[in-house]
Write a protein that binds this ligand. Sequence first.
Ligand code: GLA
Length: 407
Amino acid sequence: MNQDTLNLTHNSNDDINAMSQAVAQSDIIALLEQTFVEHFGYAATQISHAPGRVNLIGDHTDYNGGFVLPAAINFGTWMAGKARNDRTINVVALDCDGERISFSLDDIAFDKVSSWSNYVRGSLIALAKALPDFGGADLVVKGNVPRGAGLSSSASFEVVTLKTMAALYDLPLSGVQAALMGQQAENEFVGCNCGIMDQMISAMGKQHNAMLLDCRSLDIQYARMPEDLAIIIVNSNVKRGLVDSEYNTRRKQCEQAAALLGKTSLRDVTLAELNAAKADLEPILYRRAHHVISESLRTCDMLAALNRHDMAQISTLMAESHDSLKNDFEVTTSQLDILVSLLADKLGEYGGARMTGGGFGGCVVALTERSHVDNVLATLAEDYHAATGLKADVYLCHAVDGAFVAV
Ligand code: GLA
């Protein structure tokens, strides 16, 4: 089990969690340094980090040019590296049984066997298109983002790869550029048609802040998280199925709805315009568009609610968001719905809960004041297990800096 996972039968305590996280980070760095020397016979000159993320609200809006409000979290990916004098890239992945792969920068091909390496390969192809002035590198990578949980382990892998290469070769790579390159790697090389949210927050997140991102202009507005607000992430441990195909279907449906409404993107459609055209749209397309347009509005309202520290409004917005993802967008599962309703019952007006990320399994996120955390979590694991037969993992998180934010 991940050592940062809280056992729900024990008292949850943020200080303990923060301490174990700090230990975990130094352990990871020590392991990277040691492995690097073992594999390459010399020391790494660079260790970089890129965080995973949790999205507080605004899901399935990014690829519609809408708004999202994620935070970078204290789980991420670390990479040790040293530049080489040739064009070879060697990568050792500690989370994949220490597997080592090698390829030449002059011949980057898709790897069907060691599929994890495609994040590195795809990122380097994107980097070479814009900033080709780099050579080979020896790299060792390790992360602690729970994989397949919808907390952006792959975006953090892409961003840390780009950050490491930029540091090794002194490349003038900005965070926004790195995010776009990571997305390009996913879209054009790995084959996942994701939006820009995950890579942007991994690159540009800010400590103690959530980040309102306009996914069309890429304008960023940071929102300070109130000091006493806890970010609770609960992993439903539902094995995510059909994620890519369903995700791509949703994308197509959104594009289809926008086209039928005479727009290039749902960003340009108001709720009034959508409702006026309701009779002309297939019900499923209406519901998809209704989710996207209403979710973007909720995301902007959430920023204001966070700034006002208005817990009742935060609670309402998160509940509406989950309902919309459940009924209009149909990306939740029964287990996610159960977790959210268990959390919402315990939180009342003192906090909110919703699924987070792409859906079809993965995690839910809850926001509440720290004083409520122990109470909220007290019987959650038992209740969830009784209802679903599954075990929940809980992560108490805080917002950290992204890979490219100057510290
Ligand atoms: C995944 C994608 C993101 C975003 C979310 C849903 O995490 O990678 O781009 O679309 O789903 O909000």
